[in-house]
Design a protein around this ligand. Structure first.
Ligand SMILES: [Zn+2]
Length: 192
């Protein structure tokens, strides 16, 4: 009866464990190149391509059209995904859909949603564009243009220049004392 290769090895191992071990060691030394090559091929066959990994990590949001990232996140609120030297998901999204980013350029959000990775909501800009963009949006949301604001720029200037105490000013302008204090210390309405 002819034994199969693995069966033969099993028997040999049980009969002469020390010899088996030594022969295996020698085989590994002699054929390390072949073994490594086989391992590399196996690993490459198992590997999921990066781009298909990316497409499983966001959910399209039907109302805004944003593709919300549901993978890992950085502490600053941007999605985390490492791709071609970046670890930011929105930069990776840009590269997947539009090609490489020119050096020194930032990928900015048109929709102001940091976890969004929809390439149609992204555009290229410099770092100063980014700051300008943020300032514009900051001005839109703060001060008088905020619908909830009780005070106007004029009344803020009056509060700062008036000799009244915090308490008196508070009752005159219809806001609380802490708010007057914060305005005078320039913790509120800083842009005026
Ligand atoms: Zn978006």
């Amino acid at each position: 009866m002819r034994l199969s290769r693995s069966e033969y090895q099993k028997r040999y191992k049980s009969k002469h464990p020390e010899r088996f071990k030594e022969q295996r060691r020698l085989y590994r030394i002699r054929n390390s190149g072949k073994i490594n090559e086989r391992r590399r091929k196996n690993r490459a066959a198992k590997k999921v391509p990066k781009i298909s990994k990316f497409s499983h990590k966001y959910i399209p949001e039907p109302f805004s059209g944003c593709w919300l990232w549901c993978g890992g996140f950085h502490s600053n609120g941007y999605g985390a995904f490492s791709f071609h030297g970046t670890t930011l998901a929105h930069r990776a999204s840009w590269m997947i859909h539009n090609g490489l980013i020119p050096s020194g350029m930032s990928v900015l959000h048109r929709c102001d949603t940091r976890p969004c990775v929809n390439p149609n909501h992204l555009f290229l800009g410099t770092q100063s564009d980014n700051v300008q963009d943020a300032c514009l949006k900051w001005r839109m949301h703060y001060g008088e243009s905020n619908g909830m604001a009780k005070l106007t720029s004029d009344s803020v200037q009056q509060i700062r220049s008036s000799p009244l105490s915090h308490k008196e000013a508070a009752s005159e302008f219809g806001v609380n004392r802490g708010h007057i204090c914060a305005i005078r210390l320039r913790r509120r309405w800083r842009h005026i």
